[in-house]
Write a protein that binds this ligand. Structure first.
Ligand code: SF4
Ligand SMILES: [Zn+2]
Length: 459
């Protein structure tokens, strides 16, 4: 399946567009840009957005808000009651763009802040996300957002620019980060941030008609050009454009509720591998796990209503040899369904596939026997999560009952696996620049297996 690109920020009512909107949308269509979010910047443009959204329902979605640069001459009381009316129209999915801009004119900062607060309150009241504009106002912006922690407020930093420390603060708010044309500019430092920006928090946009991406830089921007941003992101993340679009599709759905909620999958492709999602059940309940929330990985929805049978899985894999590895890995512990796992692995192996299993290492405790001899010849590689080097910490991170031997069981499983499985790895999920040397030492020297550091969001 291929995924369409999304432009989450385009002012296609701007005076730069002399041609009919139909032409802009036709060019977007040609590039398979199917969903466009159009934010307002004041009362007048927000009303224009409503008009556009009415004309192209399901393709265009809108946001109503007053841009910080438009705050100066706006009367606060009339504005707020009007913008609320506009925001309630069909297809209006967010409050935006709003925020702070200290670049152009610093003479009305307090008024900007008041408007920002009032529009945030409106967003909370209407249960809509906000689209944030920020220029030279990093600290005040984060301070204000932090005041609304716990209120359910969510949103996106549109056309993100900033350094690593600002990115961290922005991510800590729980908001999404939208990247636009400047990412593609020759001297842009934004690309250095990519290792720290999980795909699960990424959105794409053009900010049309401004800031055209390379190689269109200098020309008027339009939604079709979001594909240049996507292409560049795919290079930076070392994934396909489809991978980027799929992630953005799910993120856009989660944040704005637009587009289609991806259907749950029991097999899913990422890069050269095929992943098999057998269950959402698990022996653990890790504090960082998305299993009970969206259960999404790289834009796939892994939250299944019904666990698949071996036949279900096998019917989805007619050509197992085309994958580098077929990996049992989902939001759940695959050894809970050992029989299905074994049946599927045996069949795929007989067709020449390479089989990997990602596990929490609790398989023997779950099945009340040593399962490793049963996996011999069926599984080529095992990757075991090493979530901590301390039992107490392990139990607390994974919310496991004390005294049941899960920690030691996991280590014994890894140690023992070497006798039955050709390739055994212990892995740790941690930010890309985290110091994982103690984990590496433990895996390689004490347990005698391979070690892999998995940055967040990468399988
Ligand atoms: S072991 Fe894996 S699937 Fe289970 S709760 Fe932890 S992270 Fe989620
Ligand atoms: Zn904008």
């Amino acid at each position: 399946m291929s995924w369409s690109a999304i432009d989450t920020h385009a002012h296609i009512y701007w005076e730069d567009y002399v041609e009919p909107v139909e032409d802009i949308l036709a060019r977007a269509d040609e590039q398979d840009v199917k969903t466009i979010l159009v934010p307002g910047t004041n009362l007048e443009t927000s009303a224009k957005v409503v008009e556009l959204v009415n004309r192209f329902p399901g393709k265009l979605f809108g946001a109503a808000g007053i841009h910080p640069s438009d705050v100066k001459d706006t009367d606060e009381e009339t504005y707020l009651s009007e913008i609320k009316k506009i925001a309630l129209k069909p297809g209006m999915v967010a409050i935006g763009e709003i925020g702070l801009d200290y670049y152009w004119d610093k003479s009305f900062i307090e008024k900007q802040k008041r408007f920002f607060h009032e529009q945030i309150k409106l967003a909370i009241q209407l249960n809509k996300p906000i689209i944030i504009h920020n220029r030279n106002s990093d600290d005040d912006l984060i301070d204000i957002l932090n005041e609304y922690k716990g209120s359910g407020l969510t949103g996106v930093f549109h056309c993100f620019s900033g350094d690593r420390s600002f990115l961290e603060k922005a991510l800590a708010t729980g908001f999404y980060i939208s990247l636009a044309g400047p990412l593609t500019f020759k001297n842009s430092k934004l690309k250095d941030l990519i290792p720290y920006l999980p795909l699960s928090r990424l959105l794409t946009e053009t900010d049309s008609p401004f800031l055209s991406p390379h190689p269109m830089r200098g020309k008027r921007n339009e939604p079709a050009y979001v594909t240049y941003v996507v292409k560049y992101l795919a290079e930076l993340y070392h994934v396909t454009e489809d991978d980027i679009n799929r992630n953005v599709t799910f993120n856009t759905w989660k944040l704005f509720g637009i587009g289609e909620k991806p259907k749950p999958v029991t097999t899913y492709e990422i890069g050269q591998n095929l992943y098999v999602n057998l269950t959402n059940r698990c022996s653990a309940d890790c504090v960082f796990c998305d299993r009970k929330e969206n259960a999404s990985i790289q834009g796939y929805n892994l939250k299944i209503d019904k666990e698949p049978s071996a036949e279900d899985i096998l019917s989805q894999i007619p050509d197992p040899k085309k994958y580098h590895d077929i990996v049992f890995c989902g939001y759940g512990e695959p050894t809970i369904r050992l029989d299905v796992l074994k049946t599927v692995a045996a069949e795929l192996k007989s067709k020449g596939a390479s089989i990997r299993m990602n596990t929490n290492g609790h398989g023997n405790i779950i099945n009340k026997r040593n399962i490793l001899p049963e996996l011999q010849g069926l599984v080529d590689k095992i990757s075991i999560s090493l979530n901590s080097l301390e039992e107490e910490d392990y139990n607390s991170v994974m919310r496991l009952p004390k005294g049941k031997g899960f920690y030691q069981g996991m280590i014994d499983f890894a140690r023992d696996a070497k006798s039955f499985i050709p390739d055994v790895t212990m892995s740790v999920v941690a930010p890309i620049d985290a110091d994982v040397s103690a984990y590496r030492n433990f895996a390689e020297k004490e347990v005698g297996v391979h070690f892999r550091h998995r940055p967040l969001d990468f399988l």
